[in-house]
Design a protein around this ligand. Structure first.
Ligand SMILES: [Zn+2]
Length: 291
């Protein structure tokens, strides 16, 4: 079966293009959405220095500049779908997105990962522009969980699930993919989002989670299941995962944001019907960029 990885990055976690392609082949992945991460230097912690070569590259646009995505796509156009997401706070961000779409064929707007609320006017403007271009937007939500005086600075992106809801309301024509710890922690209707980035592996899934609620309420919301957060949200309760994937089978996407096979192994363990497997592994991703 064809597999599309709907979320990954160039030069990420020790992978150059050769290693990247080798890893895709090893995991049976035919195509990958390749996304930059453009934000201010003050938006992210030093944790990422070992995973990305931004400073070595001399990037002025953020940890993973668009030009690196373009380089991969130009060298291997049949394996990658080009993503672009200028920092929305930059003057001209919308024009840059239009140019990337028109000149270089960018088809996905992502990854949107900035230390700004999702319902900030600049973010809304960029997401509306993406919607007009038919580009889905992949957003990274992370809460500010830091509570100690000793380390007052902590990393957060996008704000809250409520800010995401307001973005969904403000951009009904834009298809938005929810992603990352702050999004997937809301698979469950508990208060873990206030204290934990990642829940315990066996934390029960309590009914009433915001993810399901928002997916039911907003047809423009999709789920990017990548990263530890997506896999963990599902594997907390495999029975719930089966029901969740069945209900939202038209709006969930297989994705990795890394180079492992953890999500693949878990999804395959669920014995999902073949038509659902096809949707989450490649058909939904294909539909989203078909415009
Ligand atoms: Zn990512």
């Amino acid at each position: 079966m064809k597999i599309v990885d709907a979320h990954n990055h160039p030069d990420w976690c020790g992978h150059d293009l050769t290693k990247f392609l080798h890893n895709m082949d090893e995991n049976g992945i035919s195509q990958c959405w390749l996304m930059p991460w453009e934000c201010a230097p003050t938006d992210y912690s030093s944790y990422y220095q070992s995973k990305i070569p931004a400073e070595v590259l001399g990037s002025t646009t953020g940890p993973i500049p668009f030009t690196r995505c373009l380089s991969y796509v130009e060298r291997c156009p049949e394996r990658f779908i080009l993503g672009c997401c200028p920092d929305p706070r930059r003057p001209g961000a919308c024009d840059m997105l239009v140019a990337a779409h028109d000149i270089y064929g960018a088809r996905v707007c992502g990854e949107l990962k900035v230390r700004t609320m999702f319902d900030d006017p600049d973010v809304i403007r960029l997401c509306r522009t993406a919607g007009e271009l038919g580009m889905p937007v992949t957003v990274h939500l992370d809460y500010d969980c830091q509570k100690t005086r000793r380390e007052p600075w902590s990393e957060w992106f996008g704000g809250t699930i409520d800010a995401l809801e307001r973005l969904l309301q403000a951009c009904p024509e834009t298809r938005i993919l929810g992603h990352a710890p702050g999004f997937w922690i809301h698979i469950s209707g508990d208060d873990l989002w206030q204290t934990a980035k990642y829940p315990a592996a066996d934390a029960p899934v309590i009914p009433g989670g915001r993810v399901s609620e928002l997916l039911r309420k907003y047809p423009n919301l999709y789920g990017d299941m990548s990263g530890g957060s997506g896999r963990l949200a599902l594997s907390r309760d495999p029975e719930h995962a089966r029901r969740f994937i069945t209900e939202f089978q038209d709006r969930l996407l297989f994705a990795r944001d890394y180079f492992d096979d953890g999500l693949q192994v878990f999804l395959d363990s669920l014995s999902l019907p073949e038509p659902i497997r096809e949707k989450i592994y490649f058909r939904n991703a294909g539909k989203l960029i078909a415009q």
